[in-house]
Design a protein around this ligand. Structure first.
Ligand SMILES: *[C@@H]1O[C@H](CO)[C@@H](O)[C@H](O)[C@H]1NC(C)=O
Ligand SMILES: *[C@@H]1O[C@H](CO)[C@@H](O)[C@H](O)[C@H]1NC(C)=O
Ligand SMILES: *[C@@H]1O[C@H](CO)[C@@H](O)[C@H](O)[C@H]1NC(C)=O
Ligand SMILES: *[C@@H]1O[C@H](CO)[C@@H](O)[C@H](O)[C@H]1NC(C)=O
Length: 517
């Protein structure tokens, strides 16, 4: 799917179409971007935290249109994430192209805990075509934010990480070692500690810190719409211009529901040192003379689940132990519910998509059923941030009658022992799920709404939620489809439940350079 952005600048008296690149580059939570150019093609890998498949790889020929081409982690046994908590999972990938092979190096945060002395583990996996990926090779040193450098002069390979001096003092700094790509072993190290950017004539040092540091920093003015800038990597274009990709948030008031997105900044060089965006903060109004137009809003998105498999933009939570969905003949996705809910640190029967805009509606049409649901059996949609913060609307068996009930459920800073989701239900007088039943999430800049409708009738909105119910962490909001036995097994001959269609409709966005109160 092509992700693109708005480029229409409205001036007082006329509309001017700008032929240039706008931020964000890749919408929805896509943090820790690492950019790589191979000939005329750009690739960006981003962090995936707790979702599966992991490490999305985007591709572009023009810097404006980014296609999600694959995931480096696409087999459950490559880097399993079981019971990982929010903000953990798989972090900070980088891409390197060495002698016809792509190397994606990243790190797993299973249960990193400096007191217990459990550490982030670095690994890399390889691919020649970006479709088939190897099993991981685990690196010797522990740390975060790994990156390879292949020295064309000597053909030696170096692994650069943010590491610790040792497990006791735990002082963080950039360190680098010569690495064997086959075994993951490090040797012959020249260790150095620097922040931002440092340069050296040789990978062995000595290193000199840049007078232009910090390279990009919107944090000095917290009134700027674009905040949390960082994690930049550089690339050049085939015609010799330089740019960086970085992560940043777009703020609406004090919130940033979409989390950390992939951003762009131009880079210039002077006396061998880089400057990003002319040394100035990034502004929403800026456009960069690098590419043709991006457009926003795009046409509505629709998925009828009629392909041979789920499309690449659907994610599951953590690593699935078993398959918990299947595609129905003739379209639709059937969920195979288990005991787990969105509050469990496990893999419920749920598929989710990243939220792309703060002005959009997510609509899901349910598959009809021939049976009713028990009171513990639920199906619905979720505005989801993590196991601690998510908001649902859906159908379940009513507690005190044989009909179906519409329910809403809210988990805020949960779950914990004895803490149940705040939930409410209304009988619908429906024995089974009809074929035209739809659930909706409406996102506005400062509000989420949950609702339902039948056929072409107008939506009945049943609940409003403030964005602070979905506080972005290391990742941002997603919209998901789920079904659950809510701690009990789904009846073996229970209703077969799922969704026939998902549709998203996007609206204009109005972000100023400074946060509007
Ligand atoms: C941010 O805006 C507020 C209200 O307009 C103002 O008082 C404050 O000085 C601004 N802060 C900065 C860092 O510009
Ligand atoms: C179901 O009925 C019981 C007993 O009358 C009552 O305590 C309970 O609150 C009812 N549950 C719902 C969801 O209405
Ligand atoms: C809903 O509207 C669409 C398009 O306007 C139409 O094709 C369809 O028949 C309508 N469905 C119902 C149930 O009225
Ligand atoms: C959302 O998009 C619609 C349609 O483009 C537009 O009319 C509306 O003003 C937008 N809302 C906001 C808050 O920008």
């Amino acid at each position: 799917m092509i992700l693109s952005t708005i480029v229409t600048v409205v001036c007082a008296a006329f509309t001017l179409k700008v032929s240039a690149l706008k931020n964000p580059l890749i919408r929805g939570w896509n943090p820790d971007p690492h950019v790589l150019r191979v000939e005329d093609t750009y690739y960006i890998a981003v962090s995936s935290f707790n979702v599966y498949p992991g490490i999305p790889i985007y591709k572009s020929k023009n810097l404006a249109d980014w296609e999600l081409v694959s995931h480096a982690i696409n087999r459950p046994n490559q880097v399993p994430l079981y019971s990982s908590r929010k903000d953990f999972g798989i972090w900070a990938p980088s891409l390197t192209y060495i002698d016809g092979t792509f190397y994606m190096t990243s790190m797993s945060m299973w249960g990193s805990d400096a007191i217990a002395r459990t550490w982030p583990r670095i690994f890399w996996i390889t691919s020649k075509d970006l479709k088939t990926w190897s099993d991981p090779i685990w690196a010797d040193p522990y740390g975060i934010d790994p990156h390879f450098f292949h020295d064309p002069a000597t053909s030696k390979d170096y692994l650069t990480i943010m590491g610790l001096n040792n497990g006791y003092d735990q002082a963080w700094g950039i360190s680098q070692c010569q690495v064997d790509l086959e075994s993951g072993k490090c040797g012959g190290t020249g260790v150095t500690h620097r922040a931002s950017i440092a340069r050296s004539k040789s990978p062995e040092g000595p290193w000199e810190s840049s007078p232009t540091n910090p390279l990009v920093f919107n944090g000095a003015n917290t009134n700027l719409t674009i905040g949390n800038t960082g994690h930049a990597t550089f690339s050049d274009t085939p015609d010799g211009k330089w740019f960086a990709t970085l992560l940043a948030k777009r703020y609406v008031g004090k919130h940033s529901p979409l989390g950390r997105e992939t951003f762009f900044a131009p880079v210039t060089w002077k006396d061998g040192w880089p400057t990003m965006n002319g040394g100035k903060p990034l502004l929403m109004s800026q456009s960069f003379n690098f590419t043709p137009d991006q457009t926003w809003p795009p046409p509505p998105f629709e998925d009828t689940f009629s392909g041979p498999d789920l499309a690449t933009y659907w994610y599951q939570l953590r690593t699935p132990y078993t398959k918990n969905y299947r595609l129905a003949k003739g379209g639709g996705v059937v969920l195979i519910p288990n005991v787990f809910t969105l509050s469990d640190r496990d893999t419920p029967a749920a598929i989710l998509r990243k939220q792309l805009s703060v002005n959009m509606t997510f609509t899901a049409t349910l598959l009809r059923t021939h049976k009713s649901l028990n009171e513990w059996e639920s199906i619905g949609i979720s505005a989801y941030q993590s196991e601690s913060n998510h908001q649902e609307v859906g159908l379940r068996g009513c507690a005190n009658s044989t009909s179906l009930c519409l329910f809403t459920a809210s988990t805020i800073n949960g779950p914990g022992p004895g803490v149940r989701p705040d939930t409410a239900e209304t009988p619908l007088n429906l024995p089974t799920i009809p074929k035209d039943f739809q659930l909706h999430i409406r996102s506005e800049p400062k509000l989420y709404k949950l609702g339902f409708s039948r056929g072409n009738t107008t939506v009945t909105w049943v609940k409003e939620i403030k964005p602070d119910a979905l506080p972005s962490g290391f990742d941002g909001a997603m919209f998901g489809l789920f079904a659950s036995g809510n701690s009990l097994p789904w009846e073996w001959d229970g209703a077969e439940v799922g969704f026939r269609k998902v549709r998203e409709v996007y609206g204009e966005e109005r972000y100023d350079d400074y946060i509007r109160s």
